[in-house]
Design a protein around this ligand. Structure first.
Ligand SMILES: Nc1nc2c(ncn2[C@@H]2O[C@H](COP(=O)(O)OP(=O)(O)OP(=O)(O)O)[C@@H](O)[C@H]2O)c(=O)[nH]1
Ligand SMILES: [Mg+2]
Length: 235
C-alpha cells in the first residue's frame, strides 16, 4: 500500500496511486504562484509570502473518474535570477498553470513570454491554464477579463480568474487541468497502468511520460536529482 504522508488527500481511502501528473506553475514574480499552490495543496494562504528560490513542489491526491491521481505541482521563482534549470523544470510536465496578477498589467503582458518558454521546453501536448490571480482586488484591476479571454482563445489556453486569498476558482482551475490531462491520455489510449509500455523518446531526446505511476516517478526522480541543491519537497 502506497501511503501518502504529506500533501492534501481528497478523502481518498484506497491509496493505490494510479497516475502521477506533473504540473508546473509559472509567471512573473509576486503574481501569487506559491499562494495558489498553497491554497490548492493545503488550503492555506499567507500574506507574508517570501519569493520562491529555486524549485519546490507540493502534491494533492484526488480521484478523477474513479482513478487515484496524485498531482505533483511544481513551483519556481518568477525572478530570473532565482530560477532553476529551465529544461529540467519542464521535463515530464503534463500540465502548466501560467499566472498573472489582474492588478498589474505588465504581468499579463509578460504571459506571452511564459507561454513561449513553455512551447520551447515542454511537450507540445501539455495542457495550459491561464490564471488571472488576485481577483479579490477588483477595485485595483488593470487587466480587463476580455483581454485575457481573447488572448487565451488565440493561444488555445484554458482561462480562469481566481483568488488565492479567497480561494475562489482555485480548485476548479487546477482540477480542469488534471481532468484535461486525464482525458487527453484516455484519448491517446495511454492510460493503462498495467500496460508494459514505457516512456517514449521524442526526436529532441526528451521523454514523453505515459501517465502511469512508475513512468512518471522515474522522470521526476531524474529532475529531483538534477535540482537537488535548489529543491525542497513536501511530498
Ligand atoms: N490580495 C491577494 N494577494 C495575493 C493573492 N495571491 C498572492 N497574494 C500576495 O501576493 C504576494 C506574492 O505572492 P507569492 O505567492 O509569493 O508570489 P509568487 O508568484 O510565488 O512570487 P515568486 O516566488 O517571487 O515568483 C504575497 O504578498 C501574497 O500574499 C491573492 O489572490 N490576493
Ligand atoms: Mg513563489
Amino acid at each position: 500500500m502506497n501511503r501518502e504522508m504529506n500533501g492534501y488527500e481528497d478523502g481518498v481511502k484506497e491509496m493505490r496511486i494510479d497516475y502521477v501528473y506533473k504540473v508546473v506553475v509559472i509567471g512573473d514574480s509576486a503574481v501569487g504562484k506559491s499562494q495558489l499552490l498553497a491554497r490548492f495543496s493545503k488550503n492555506e494562504f499567507s500574506f507574508d509570502s517570501k519569493s520562491t528560490i529555486g524549485v519546490e513542489f507540493q502534491t494533492r491526491t484526488t480521484t478523477i473518474k474513479s482513478k487515484v491521481i496524485k498531482a505533483q505541482i511544481w513551483d519556481t521563482a518568477g525572478q530570473e535570477r532565482y530560477r532553476a534549470v529551465t529544461s529540467a523544470y519542464y521535463r515530464g510536465a503534463l500540465g502548466a498553470v501560467v499566472v498573472y496578477d489582474i492588478t498589474k498589467r505588465q504581468t499579463f503582458d509578460h504571459v506571452v513570454r511564459w507561454v513561449d518558454e513553455l512551447r520551447a521546453h515542454a511537450d507540445s501536448s501539455i495542457v495550459i491554464m491561464l490564471i488571472g490571480n488576485k481577483a479579490d482586488l477588483e477595485d485595483k484591476r488593470a487587466v480587463p477579463t476580455e483581454d485575457a479571454v481573447e488572448f487565451a482563445q488565440d493561444q488555445g489556453l484554458f482561462f480562469s480568474e481566481a483568488s488565492a486569498l479567497s480561494g475562489d476558482n482555485v480548485e476548479s482551475a487546477f482540477f480542469r487541468v488534471l481532468e484535461e490531462i486525464y482525458s487527453n491520455m484516455a484519448s491517446k489510449k495511454a492510460l493503462d497502468c498495467d500496460s508494459p509500455r514505457g516512456n517514449q523518446m521524442n526526436g529532441n531526446g526528451s521523454v514523453t511520460l505515459q501517465g502511469s505511476k512508475i513512468d512518471v516517478i522515474a522522470g521526476s526522480d531524474l529532475e529531483i536529482s538534477e535540482m537537488k541543491k535548489l529543491s525542497s519537497c513536501s511530498c
